[in-house]
Design a protein. Structure first.
Length: 333
């Protein structure tokens, strides 16, 4: 409760720092333009010190750079402090947390919270279920979005443009409104309390955005590339998988990252469709640790730290792959 109140109280400070940073960029840009204009105006004349406007311009840039790095440092500290607080709290004992002793540094360091997660609750099962659901739904989303977007962009059939606009509208639909209709459908299919319920519903709130994104990439690919593949003997599917998909790898990677993150952190659908503890995902399982107004901060912080690791690794790997894909072929030789 203390940390939540502190975060809420510091939110205006975050907004203020962001506004100051934007204001600084505007003022700095105007100052540099004024200094450059003064330097150009004074350049035809000479004095004993050489070019009159040059020292003033360098001094202004140094002051502006110092202010910029100072503001950036404050914003970075404000953004990283919650992550630091989660990390150090995960290594505190329960007694140390209750006594509010050593708030910003564990004294002593302990693995008590992690030991409880792995030995006293079904954390490993929840972790495995979350990984299975997230990876499977990501594969389904990428496959369906790539095929559906290609069909709406390249194949000539009546209603393709209307369906494309409908996809964009579906992207604006709140997911919470779809819980009851999906529950009725899944109950009729006898899929409630199974992972199939999540594998069929998670792509539903990812596919509109993913399809819309893939459609934009497909429109930028010249049709002559596919025509050449068809002339060389490929059928439509071979041209799609061998020629078109390699050209839209950045879009596929972006869809995969978005789908994986959405499925990894999703709570409402999993909480509604699953009833057995052995089938729970991490968000649902960890919510069971909160009883009334009693919140085990140490366990929640340790679980949050372990939960964030796969997502961070996926984004780090995805960033490298995306940079490699975007720069591939830019240098010949």
């Amino acid at each position: 409760m203390v940390w939540r109140a502190a975060t809420a109280a510091l939110w205006p400070v975050r907004v203020l720092l962001g506004g100051l940073l934007n204001l600084f960029w505007i003022v700095n840009d105007l100052a540099e333009r004024a200094v450059d204009a003064a330097s150009r105006a004074a350049r035809p004349g000479h004095c004993a010190s050489g070019e009159p406007g040059l020292p003033t311009g360098r001094a202004g840039r140094r002051v502006g750079g110092a202010m910029m790095y100072g503001l950036l440092g404050l914003i970075v500290l404000f953004e990283l402090f919650p992550i630091y607080f989660v990390a150090v709290t995960a290594f505190k004992s329960e007694l140390q947390i209750q006594q509010v002793r050593g708030m910003f540094w564990p004294d002593p360091w302990t693995l008590e919270q992690f030991s409880f997660l792995f030995t006293r609750i079904k954390f490993v099962e929840w972790y495995r279920n979350t990984a299975f659901v997230a990876i499977s739904s990501t594969l389904i989303s990428v496959l369906v979005a790539s095929l559906g977007a290609y069909a709406m962009v390249r194949l000539r059939w009546r209603g393709a443009s209307t369906l494309g606009a409908t996809v964009l509208v579906a992207n604006l639909m709140p997911g919470a409104l779809m819980v009851i209709p999906m529950y009725i459908i899944l109950a009729q299919l006898q899929l409630i309390n199974t992972h199939w319920a999540l594998l069929l519903t998670y792509p539903s709130f990812v596919l509109p955005f993913a399809t819309w994104l893939m459609m934009g990439y497909y429109r930028n690919i010249p049709e002559e590339v596919e025509d050449a593949a068809l002339i060389d003997g490929c059928n439509r599917l071979q041209a799609f998988f061998l020629v078109v998909l390699p050209l839209v790898r950045p879009a596929l990677l972006a869809v995969a990252l978005f789908s994986f993150t959405s499925a990894w952190n999703e709570f409402l659908y999993a909480y509604t469709f699953l009833r057995t503890g052995s089938l729970y995902t991490l968000p649902v399982g960890l919510s069971l640790l909160i009883v009334g107004d009693v919140q085990p901060w140490g366990l929640l912080m340790a679980a949050s730290l372990l939960t964030a690791v796969p997502v961070a690794l996926v984004y780090m790997l995805g960033q490298r792959l995306m940079v490699a894909v975007l720069t591939a072929g830019s240098v010949k030789g």
